[in-house]
Design a binder for this molecule. Structure first.
Ligand code: NDP
Ligand code: 2IT
Length: 464
């Protein structure tokens, strides 16, 4: 049980049950309704632990069964994706799109291509997206999609044929005003290009149906950078709130994909030193720090050559490769989990605290397990949870939608300034709803603020 909730007997509501009992009962209902989806249960429980006391104090949310409605997606599409590999063999994958809530805007959220993708994983991501998108202040509902397709080791031609087959079905459900997918793990500019091309061929319209597009056909400056940059702006906001800054901080970062690369770039720009990157094979530790030149080499390795992070130590022999290990054993001031869900466990969090880590800012979605979050909160670590700290990516996707509607492109500075303003606004909402005893409980603040806007919209729109 997370330290987020108040375990005292409830006064309001007129019975003697505790929040903990209410949460258990609610989660039993969620698990019965969605069995076999542990990541979804984990994401729901985290939100419910934060918002249930608030819901209990606001009778209207109970009357309208808001939590019950917000934990059931509007609809889920699943479909076969058959495609031919380079040998002419037919391959079959499964595709999904989960439209979770369009209470405050068109469904919006990324596509993940990874062998671990199944319905429960995408439900957790789509659910998180609803609250994250609400926090950005932009008019976006929540959704997520993807496939168990593994892009690793596939040729460009194979990726293209897979994307074309995937979009041939997906294009029936999406559109600039209904549902706007983007990238996530395994889906970057290359995949978005192939997907956009196929949408256009079938539907015959050139519209802002996807974000994260290359610049030549409607992309936004700063979108590739936005998630990583945003996570660092959020870390900076948390530190400034206690009179400190990122300057001089030692950072450990996991992952070496889109989010990790631009988190590292912004950390360097802020005067911090990033000493680790990782992938599913292991971690590289560079005690001298990953400077701009080394980062450019990593970007070429990952984005052009599609290589593995272990190759870093061949190029930079002072660095060490720790096969099979995550970065959290390395001493740091700031931890930046930027790889995947459930990658920081309780013992990792204890090691981070023992080594003096003061800040965790999550570029990834749900990277910390609940027991790790308990450790952060117990020890006063400034904990920027994913749905707040990584909202910069979807926020700039929202700005890409605005630019597409205007048929204009904003400058780098204009988009970056808006991104900074949005991350600051998210931080302010966390402070407003999460401050207790002079300290900010970020999960509580982010979850309540994200919930409130969607809940009020649902009430205004009648029972559905
Ligand atoms: P990429 O595909 O660009 O990179 C993913 C990175 O994470 C790779 O280094 C990958 O290593 C590593 N990784 C993936 N799965 C695992 C695993 N099971 N164990 C260890 N490492 C793993 O994805 P992104 O950088 O875009 O996404 C990273 C995280 O950020 C995800 O949680 C995503 O949901 C989240 N996010 C992304 C946003 C975006 O705009 N792209 C926005 C908000 C959140 P390997 O190559 O070995 O698989
Ligand atoms: O998890 C996320 O917020 C994303 N993968 C980005 C979604 C988007 O629509 O840009």
């Amino acid at each position: 049980m997370s330290a987020v909730i108040d375990k005292e007997p409830r006064v309001k509501g007129g019975n003697s049950s505790t929040y903990e009992q209410d949460i258990t009962k609610f989660m039993e209902m969620v698990v019965a309704r969605s069995p076999g989806e542990p990541e979804f249960h984990q994401a729901v429980k985290e939100v419910v632990e934060s918002v249930l006391p608030y819901v209990m104090d606001h009778q209207i949310y109970q009357e309208h069964k808001i939590l019950e409605r917000l934990t059931e997606p509007d609809r889920i599409f699943t479909f076969r994706v058959a495609w031919q590999d380079d040998k002419g063999q037919v391959q079959v994958n499964r595709g999904y799109r989960i439209e979770f809530s369009n209470a405050i805007g068109p469904y919006k959220g990324g596509l993940r291509f990874h062998p671990t993708v199944y319905q429960g994983l995408l439900k957790f991501l789509a659910f998180e997206q609803v609250f994250k998108n609400s926090l950005t202040g932009l008019p976006m509902g929540g959704g997520k999609g993807g496939s168990n397709f593994d892009p690793k080791g596939k040729s460009d031609g194979e990726v293209m044929r897979f994307c074309q087959s995937f979009m041939t079905e997906l294009c029936k459900y999406i559109g600039a005003n209904t549902d706007v997918p983007a990238g996530d793990i395994g889906v970057g500019g290359r995949e978005i290009g192939y997907l956009f091309g196929q949408f256009k061929r079938i539907r015959g319209t050139f519209e802002g149906v996807l974000t994260g597009k290359p610049m030549e056909f409607g992309g936004s400056l700063i979108r590739p950078e936005a998630t990583g940059y945003g996570a660092l702006y959020f870390a900076q906001n948390m530190l400034e709130h206690i009179g400190d800054s990122m300057k001089g901080k030692i950072c450990t970062c996991s992952g070496s994909g889109n989010v990790a690369q631009y988190a590292t770039e912004k950390a360097i720009e802020m005067g911090a030193k990033v000493v680790t990157l990782s992938d599913s094979g292991g971690t590289i530790y560079d005690p001298d720090g990953i400077n701009t030149d080394k980062l450019a080499w990593v970007m070429d390795l990952k984005n052009v050559k599609r290589g593995r992070i272990s190759e870093y130590v061949k190029k930079f022999p002072k660095a060490e490769y720790k096969a099979g290990l995550r970065p959290w054993g390395v001493k740091c001031d700031v931890a930046l989990p930027c790889a995947t869900q459930n990658e920081v466990f309780k013992d990792d969090a204890e090691t981070l605290v023992k080594n003096g880590c003061k800040v965790v800012s999550e570029g990834a979605n749900m990277p910390s397990v609940p027991e790790a979050i308990d450790v952060y909160l117990k020890h006063g670590v400034l904990y920027g949870l994913g749905k707040a700290a990584n909202a910069g990516g979807v926020a700039v996707s929202g700005l890409e939608m605005s630019q597409n509607s205007l048929r204009l492109n904003w400058t780098r500075k204009e988009v970056d300034d808006r991104l900074k303003g949005i991350m600051k606004g998210i931080h302010e909402q966390c402070v407003e709803y999460g401050t207790e005893n002079g300290k900010v409980n970020y999960p509580k603040g982010a979850n309540i603020a994200g919930f409130k806007k969607v809940a009020d919209a649902l009430i205004s729109q009648g029972v559905h």
